[in-house]
Unconditional design. Structure first.
Length: 362
C-alpha cells in the first residue's frame, strides 16, 4: 500500500504533507550540504543554522519573549516529569499539581520522589471527564510551582484557558496541544511538549523556560538532567536528535506559512466543531467522554451504545481507510485525534461514516 490514509492516531501522528514531501526531496542530499540530514554532524554550520532557525521560528510563531530559552531535549515528555521537579522543586518545598488525567498522575509520581506535592484539584472520581474550574483549585501561594496538563490526550479534555497561578511559576505539559492555538507565553514559567503530535516525529522534546528559573537547579544534579547544561550549550551539549529537530523546523515554518497560531487555532476549532456537532446530533448514539466546556479540539473521545457496536464501528472504519481510532484502554470506545496537520476532509469523511453507521445500526 503506497496511498496515504486518514491517520487519527494519538501520536506519533499525522504530519503536514508538504513537510513530508520536502523532507523526502532533501533526504538524499540536503541542498548545499552535499549529504543527507541523516549524515551531517551536529557541529556542522548547516545544522547549527537549522537549530538556530528552529529556535527563531518558534520564538516568532508563539511570540516567546526574549527572557525565555527554547531548548530541544531527549527523553520525551516523560523525562520532563522528572526534570521539572529535579530543577525547580527543592526537597523542603512543595509544588501544586492539578490532576486531570493519566499523564498528570505520572508527573505527580515523579515529583513526589523529589519533594512535596500537593494536589490542587483532581477530577479522577469523575473519570477525568472535565477540567476543574479555577474556583476548585487549592493553590498554595508559597508553592515552588503549579503544574498542569494543557490537553488530556486519553480523555479528550483540554483547558479552555490556563489556570491562574498568581505569582507562582506556572509549568505546563503541553504535549498534545502545543501550538494548536494562540498562547500567551508570558503566563508560563516553563512549558514542555514531546514533539510527536503537533511538532514533528518522535525523539525530541521542546522545553521553553523563563531564564530566572535556571538559578534554581541544584549544583548536584547529573549534568544531562540540569536545564543549565542545555541552556548554556544551546541544546548542543551532546548529540541532539538532528533529524527530529530538522523536521520540527520544517513544521514550524509550515505553521507560519499557514498563517500562524491564530489561523491554525481557527481551523482546529472548525474541525473539532464538525465532529462534536455530529456527536451531539446523534440522538445519544454517540456519547462524548468530555463534558461540554472541557472538550478538546485535539482528541475527540466518545462511546457507542455497546462494546460490540464499537468493535464493529472500528472494523468498518478500517475498511474506509481510517486508522488509529481505537480509544485508549482506560476510556475504551473511539478516539479521533485531529492535530494541526489532520485535514478537514478527513474529519468530514469520518462524520459521513459515523452518520451512515448510526443510521444503519442505531
Ligand atoms: N504528556 C501527554 C499529555 C502525552 O499525551 C504524552 C504522550 N502521549 C506524554 C506526556 C508522554 O510523552 P512521551 O512519550 O514523549 O514521554
Amino acid at each position: 500500500m503506497t496511498e496515504r490514509i486518514f491517520n487519527f492516531g494519538a501520536g506519533p501522528a499525522v504530519l503536514p504533507e508538504p513537510v513530508l514531501e520536502e523532507a523526502q526531496r532533501n533526504l538524499f542530499v540536503l541542498p548545499g550540504a552535499g549529504m543527507s540530514i541523516l549524515e551531517i554532524s551536529h557541529r556542522s554550520k548547516t545544522f547549527e543554522e537549522i537549530l538556530e532557525g528552529a529556535v527563531a521560528d518558534i520564538r516568532r510563531l508563539a511570540s516567546v519573549p526574549p527572557n525565555y530559552r527554547i531548548l530541544f531535549l531527549g527523553g520525551g515528555a516523560s523525562l520532563q516529569f522528572s526534570m521539572v521537579p529535579m530543577n525547580l522543586l527543592a526537597a523542603d518545598r512543595s509544588a501544586d499539581y492539578v490532576v486531570t488525567g493519566a499523564w498528570s498522575k505520572k508527573a505527580v509520581k515523579e515529583a513526589k520522589k523529589v519533594g512535596g506535592v500537593s494536589i490542587a484539584a483532581t477530577t479522577e472520581s469523575e473519570g477525568f471527564a472535565r477540567i476543574p474550574e479555577q474556583s476548585e483549585l487549592t493553590l498554595d501561594p508559597g508553592a515552588a510551582y503549579v503544574h498542569f496538563t494543557t490537553n488530556n490526550t486519553i480523555y479528550g479534555t483540554e483547558w479552555a484557558k490556563e489556570p491562574d497561578a498568581g505569582t507562582v511559576p506556572l509549568v505546563a505539559d503541553a504535549s498534545s496541544d502545543v501550538f494548536s492555538r494562540p498562547i500567551d507565553m508570558g503566563k508560563y514559567a516553563l512549558l514542555y511538549a514531546g514533539a510527536q503530535k503537533n511538532l514533528g516525529p518522535a525523539g525530541v522534546t521542546l522545553v521553553i523556560l523563563r531564564e530566572d528559573l535556571l538559578a534554581r537547579s541544584p549544583k548536584t544534579l547529573p549534568t544531562m538532567l540540569d536545564y543549565n547544561t542545555h541552556a548554556e550549550s544551546n541544546s548542543l551539549y551532546n548529540t541532539p536528535p538532528v533529524f527530529a529537530i530538522y523536521m520540527v523546523r520544517l513544521i514550524v515554518q509550515w505553521m507560519l506559512a499557514e498563517g500562524g497560531l491564530e489561523a491554525i487555532g481557527r481551523r482546529n476549532a472548525e474541525k473539532a466543531k464538525i465532529l462534536y456537532d455530529a456527536l451531539d446530533s446523534s440522538g445519544g448514539f454517540y456519547r462524548p467522554h468530555a463534558k461540554p466546556g472541557s472538550r478538546s479540539n485535539m482528541n475527540v473521545a466518545f462511546r457507542l451504545p455497546t462494546e460490540d457496536l464499537e468493535k464493529e464501528f472500528l472494523a468498518g472504519a478500517g475498511k474506509e481507510g481510517f486508522s488509529g481510532l481505537k480509544g485508549h484502554r482506560s476510556v475504551g470506545g473511539i478516539r479521533a485525534s485531529i492535530y494541526n496537520a489532520f485535514p478537514k476532509k478527513g474529519v468530514e469523511a469520518l462524520v459521513g461514516y459515523m452518520k451512515e453507521f448510526a443510521r444503519t445500526k442505531g
